[in-house]
Design a protein around this ligand. Sequence first.
Ligand code: BEZ
Length: 211
Amino acid sequence: MTVRLGDIAPDFTAPTTQGEVSFHEWLGDSWGVLFSHPKDFTPVCTTELGYVAKIKPEFDKRNVKVIGLSVDPVESHVRWEGDIEETQGTAVNFPMIGDPDRTVADLYDMIHENASDTLTVRSVFVIGPDKKVKLTLTYPASTGRNFDEILRVIDSLQLTADYKVATPANWKDGEDVIIVPAVSDDDAKELFPAGWNPVKPYLRVTKQPNR
Ligand code: BEZ
């Protein structure tokens, strides 16, 4: 099944390293990041999981729950987590879905047969509190993801969910933003009383509104 932006994230119940999870219920009112790994006991995945564990407080601060997946069973994940703690210096502090029968992987189209018919690709789904998919990313097995970028995108998603702004290239939290084109100048005067820089009629730069 292809999961696209704006779709309701498919719900599922699956075993994890922290017990059975019913996905929507587990998400509750939080944002969520669901991300997949090709296989347990592989080097790039080991570094990714260690890094996510290290920056988990950053996800917590943003009210985001994180959950990983690979098509190996939970018992294998648990054994692998010992290696991750040993080599990466942080214990895995979020649930890892065991998906040996590929139920969740198929639901989220995480197996791309022309890349590998047995391994999950490196998928990322960011899900909003409305359970809708806000971001999808797909990386090959050979390239570890930049999880700081995922935090950066979440900052943009959360800001743009609340204000009629968009964020420019390489934007980081605290930097200037763009008033969305759908807002007229008259409405913008009310919404952005501090004003904006009219670089072009369609490119109106303003301070980040929640700062
Ligand atoms: C890795 O995580 O290192 C990896 C997994 C599958 C294929 C290649 C690399």
